[in-house]
Design a protein around this ligand. Structure first.
Ligand SMILES: C[S@@+](CC[C@H](N)C(=O)[O-])C[C@H]1O[C@@H](n2cnc3c(N)ncnc32)[C@H](O)[C@@H]1O
Length: 218
């Protein structure tokens, strides 16, 4: 990561994602609870918020809650009668997230499920489809998450998948890193998937060199 990438992110955030009590509180509470600092950057959180609003999302699914930082950005995009379902493996992370979401005044819109997301996904109401899906959990399971995202979405739904570049590690076909292989498998699926029009974009910034994939269900 270069200092310039972080400095530019700081410049963007200063202009376009200024201090916000609920979001700042969430990051501070995450730090105090010892959660890893792997939430989306503020300008990326705002991008998720804008994307969800652009597609008029009323129901949002998030896979990978951590302390609820991206959850808050996304839930703020919902109408008053909207709903956000977020899935988190670690009970300790979910507890911090619930408190952060409550503090942000969004608890009435958000349900946090604890457990392995692949298990939880199988328990969700298959008829209650999502307009926007954000995949940001263990990357090794991205192929499985994409399969579920397609089951739980409808034509016009938007699917965003974070961390699909991993400092360029995805180019290594022989990588023994299961997360890298999960992303490679995910790209293979995307390249064949006719139900989704998708692309991916590299990013640099305060979180280093990475990228996200985005697709619209056709
Ligand atoms: C990158 S963090 C999510 C960051 C969050 N979306 C944000 O930007 O604020 C990934 C989260 O996925 C969770 N996770 C890992 N494996 C999981 C699994 N199998 N099912 C559900 N959550 C999982 C981790 O515990 C971690 O909290």
């Amino acid at each position: 990561m270069t200092q310039e990438w972080s400095d530019i992110d700081a410049y963007i955030v200063e202009h376009l994602a200024p201090p916000d009590p609920a979001l700042d509180h969430a990051l501070a509470a995450n730090r105090a609870a010892g959660l890893p600092s792997i939430d989306v950057a503020p300008n990326q959180g705002k991008l998720l918020h804008i994307l969800a609003r652009m597609c008029g999302a009323r129901r949002i699914l998030e896979i990978g809650t951590l302390g609820g930082y991206s959850t808050i950005w996304l839930a703020r995009a919902l109408p008053a009668d909207g709903a956000l379902v977020t899935l988190e493996f670690a009970a300790a992370h979910a507890a911090v997230a619930r408190a952060n979401i409550e503090n942000a005044g969004l608890a009435h819109l958000v349900t946090v499920h604890v457990g392995a997301a692949l298990d939880t996904l199988a328990t969700l109401d298959a008829a209650a489809l999502f307009d926007f899906i954000f995949i940001d959990a263990d990357k090794r399971n991205n192929p499985g998450y994409l399969t579920w995202a397609l089951k739980l979405s409808h034509p016009g739904s938007v699917i965003v998948v974070d961390n699909v570049v991993r400092h360029g590690a995805i180019l290594d076909a022989a990588s023994t890193d299961r997360d890298v292989q999960g992303i490679r498998g995910f790209f293979d699926m995307l390249s064949r998937e006719t139900r989704l029009t998708a692309t991916a974009v590299q990013t640099v910034g305060s979180k280093g060199w990475d990228g996200f994939a985005i697709g619209i269900v056709t």
